[in-house]
Design a protein around this ligand. Structure first.
Ligand SMILES: Cc1cc2nc3c(=O)[nH]c(=O)nc-3n(C[C@H](O)[C@H](O)[C@H](O)COP(=O)(O)OP(=O)(O)OC[C@H]3O[C@@H](n4cnc5c(N)ncnc54)[C@H](O)[C@@H]3O)c2cc1C
Length: 468
């Protein structure tokens, strides 16, 4: 009974109101209704990467966000949370290759049409050559994995240039995990290979989308909080550790709050730098772990552009963006009729010239390429730039050792845990963020002073696959 009343009375601080932090808050509220919760967010809005912005009368997600999961229990949880207010959306994707747009799922005929019969045969051969006994070699890097699964022809044509564009480095410097996480069976890339090999495809071609935009999921999670428990626009907040225990949180303005336990979803390197002295092993490792940045450019057109795709891929290096998405094709209410918004994703290094480019300059860069590829024949009337400093964690060779060094140091603080896409340096989707948040919330209520239990159980999140 005493233990029970301690649990009931505790104050739990959560840093970050993205999907992970909010799912944790939701579970804490369920498990321990009388706990005092404080959720701190640096921005003025909740939702993190999975927020929905309001702009020029339109509802915009940060890039194409669809809800899809293979994790047991997560879809029913989200359906119930959102009172089943989802629409099924038909996925329509194309990929631009050799100045042509290839439909998804890819048909063998289309591939031969775009690549030519000779190239298609060469790709098909190179993708099965490694199956010959004695041809297999060890798979350590992104390049090894792709060459082994898709063949070196497709690597040179598509995957190598695309990886350089997305991750900003040589694919031989990336762990094979980078490809394994992202290139599961039913991707447009596998579809291309199947088409080259003359195989049919059996792809999931629909996904779920909340009627209020993807941010609806975060809004419904946050509904469990009282107004005073959600503290927005805080600037950066960090845990405070005294004598080996976390005593609360503070922001850069000098304000602080007491807490019995803290769940952080802030980027892992930022967390390490805030807690450990410069020059120590976790701080050194924090400087090695890097994120690739992402700049999103939204363009508004005062007409219905005839783009039926939900999103399109641009793997070729001569085009500076990697993907184009069309919010009205996710839900018609996202953009008023008679208008179209498109969203372009420019991968970059946080702080580089693309990251710093202003809206009008980025618009002229985009216009030049959009005209060239024949996707926008009129001028956009407005543009909006959103910068994500932590777009994707970069799994450089050896990154795990640095990740583990930080986790070992964090294990010494019993009442502080880190979770989420940035917090665990993990390329994941919303469904895993929700799963992580729910488990982290449960853990913090049941064992607020046993962070080692959380860290020792992290392998339960391994084996996750991104569905592109
Ligand atoms: C372009 C793009 C497309 C995607 N498409 C999909 C998709 O189709 N389907 C899908 O399921 N997932 C998709 N995702 C992934 C999905 O958005 C993420 O997995 C999920 O939103 C991660 O949630 P999180 O809470 O872990 O992290 P975040 O969303 O990053 O939340 C962390 C929060 O912490 C806040 N914060 C950070 N530092 C501090 C600090 N010091 N103090 C206070 N607050 C702080 C941030 O502002 C943020 O709100 C996509 C991601 C991107 C970038």
């Amino acid at each position: 009974m005493l233990i029970f009343s301690f649990i009931m009375a505790q104050t739990i601080a959560i840093i970050g109101a993205g999907v992970t932090g909010l799912a944790a808050a939701y579970r804490i509220r369920q498990e321990s209704p009388d706990s005092h919760l404080l959720v701190f967010e640096r921005d003025e809005m909740i939702g993190g990467m999975a927020k929905t912005l309001e702009w020029e009368g339109c509802r915009l997600d940060l890039g194409p966000h669809r809800f899809y999961t293979e994790i047991a229990g997560i879809e029913p949880f989200v359906r119930k949370l959102c009172s089943n207010c989802f629409v099924p959306v038909r996925r329509r994707s194309r990929m631009r290759l050799r100045n042509k747009l290839i439909r998804y799922p890819v048909s063998p005929l289309e591939v031969v049409n775009v690549l030519g019969g000779g190239s298609s045969l060469a790709i098909a051969w190179s993708s099965i050559r490694h199956l010959v006994p004695g041809k297999q070699s060890s798979i350590n890097t992104y390049k090894d994995y792709i060459c082994n699964r898709f063949g070196d022809r497709l690597y040179k044509l598509l995957f190598g240039p695309y990886a350089r564009k997305v991750w900003g480095c040589d694919p031989s410097d990336l762990e094979a995990e980078t490809a394994i996480v992202r290139l599961r069976g039913d991707t447009i890339w596998q579809s291309l290979l199947d088409a080259v090999r003359g195989k049919g495809s059996s792809f999931v071609s629909t996904f779920l989308y909340p009627t209020g935009g993807i941010g609806q999921i975060s809004r419904n999670l946050a509904a469990c909080l009282k107004e005073s428990e959600l503290i927005l626009n805080m600037g950066e907040v960090f845990p405070v550790v005294e004598n080996g225990k976390c005593t609360g949180v503070r922001n850069r303005r000098g304000e602080s709050w007491k807490a019995d336990a803290v769940l952080s979803t802030i980027p892992l390197p930022d967390l390490a730098r805030s807690l450990f002295k410069p020059g120590t092993s976790p701080c050194f490792s924090a400087d090695v772990l890097q994120f690739r940045g992402l700049v999103l450019l939204f363009l508004l057109y005062e007409k219905d552009l005839a783009i039926r795709d939900t999103w399109l891929y641009f793997p070729e290096p001569d085009i500076p963006f990697t993907r184009l998405s069309v919010p009205k094709n996710f839900h018609p209410d996202n953009v008023p009729s008679g208008k179209t918004v498109i969203c372009l994703e420019f991968p970059c290094e946080p702080g580089d010239s693309i990251y710093q480019t202003g809206e009008s300059e980025l618009r002229s860069i985009a216009d030049k390429y959009l005209r060239r590829i024949g996707l926008a024949h009129c001028n956009a009337t407005a543009g909006l730039v959103v910068r994500l400093r932590e777009g994707y964690p970069v799994y450089r060779i050896g990154y795990r050792n640095h990740f583990n060094a930080i986790i070992s140091a964090l294990k010494t603080i019993p009442n502080l845990i880190t979770a989420g896409r940035q917090g665990l340096f993990r390329h994941n989707n919303m469904d895993q963020a929700i799963q992580m948040g729910l488990i982290a919330g449960e853990q913090i209520v049941r064992s607020p002073n046993a962070s080692t239990e959380w860290y020792d159980g992290l392998s339960r999140f391994d084996g996750y696959r991104i569905v592109d």
